[in-house]
Design a protein around this ligand. Structure first.
Ligand code: ATR
Length: 294
């Protein structure tokens, strides 16, 4: 099988890539080269492993080499901000950037993890506006999701975590940033204290990730009766235990693969003058699913 985007590289080929460490398991090249192939764009997307201490040189070098756009992944999403000329307001607020767009004199940072989550949810008819949301986890991923929930005008965000101090810290930060008491911290084991109503629940811990497919942060069926929609940021396995428990209790459940696809699509749109339709997104989704054996 031919790898890459399927066309010849020539003198006009544009380059994009992803910076991280480690980077060998990234699926971003698959997403972007699939899009370039579909649109017939003369663009290649490659992984760049950047060693500890090499980020500033990498960003400057990328600019000097006329790299069109970059993604940034673990562990550089926070650190990269100080090497940018500008940042989108939500990305700046979160303090995490995963997409760099070439602008005059340097790169502008965006957070398409969050715009991608919003778009993935909206493609399933899910909106955060006016919702009471349960957020499971208070780590890096959950913190970014908490910002998105508040920015999207959620009515309440209950942050449930094993370590209460982290949930308290994220809650306080969100309430301060948005100037309203939108978020409340709770211990995971205190989930029964959640007011008796139905929620959108977002699973943002690392629990249940392959190969620990049968693990989940809350087992109690009573909890799942309160969930009308469950959204797991994990996509490996394709059906997590969290999703199964949501469905068993009568709710709808989704995994994080569409979020992953849409963070790529949003970045691709920022770099190229193109609007990607739902059909194009579904095409990429199928390619990625097949290549990943999901
Ligand atoms: P990420 O960047 O993926 O968010 P992280 O910042 O390390 O990773 O956060 C991991 C999240 O998963 C945290 O909310 C963590 O809970 P703690 O803050 O209590 O550590 C949660 N997590 C990981 N393992 C867990 C477990 N076995 N039970 C419950 N929560 C767990």
């Amino acid at each position: 099988m031919r790898k890459g985007n399927g066309r010849m590289i020539d003198g006009q080929t544009r380059t994009c890539g992803v910076i991280g460490n480690p980077i060998k398991h990234t699926i971003s090249p698959l997403i972007h080269n699939t899009l370039a192939g579909r649109f017939g764009h003369n663009l290649v997307y490659v992984p760049f492993a950047v060693e500890d201490g090499g980020l500033e040189a990498a960003i400057k070098g990328a600019y000097a080499l006329d790299i069109l756009g970059m993604n940034v992944t673990v562990p550089y999403k926070g650190e990269v901000i100080k090497y940018l000329t500008d940042a989108d307001p939500l990305a700046a607020r979160i303090g995490a950037v995963n997409t760099l767009v070439r602008a005059g004199g340097g790169y502008k940072g965006f957070n398409t993890d969050m715009s991608g989550l919003k778009r993935a949810m909206s493609s399933e008819g899910i909106s955060m506006e006016g919702e009471e949301i349960i957020l499971l986890g208070a780590g890096g991923a959950a913190r970014a999701v908490a910002y998105l929930c508040a920015e999207q005008k959620a009515r309440k965000v209950y942050i449930l975590n094993r370590t209460i101090e982290k949930a308290q810290a994220v809650s306080a930060e969100i309430n301060e940033a948005f100037g309203r008491e939108v978020s409340l911290p709770l211990l995971l084991s205190d989930h029964a204290k959640l007011p008796d109503r139905r929620y959108l629940a977002i699973q943002a811990t690392s629990v249940g990730l392959e190969p620990h497919d049968e693990e989940v942060v809350i087992e109690d069926e009573a909890f799942y009766k309160k969930v009308h929609t469950g959204y797991d940021l994990i996509y490996k396995p394709f059906n997590t235990r969290f999703m199964k428990l949501v469905r068993q209790a009568g709710g709808r459940a989704y995994n994080g693969l569409k979020m992953l696809i849409y963070q790529g699509i949003d970045a691709y749109e920022l770099w190229n003058d193109v609007k990607i339709s739902t059909d194009d997104a579904d095409y990429v989704f199928d390619v990625v699913k097949r290549e990943m054996g999901l």
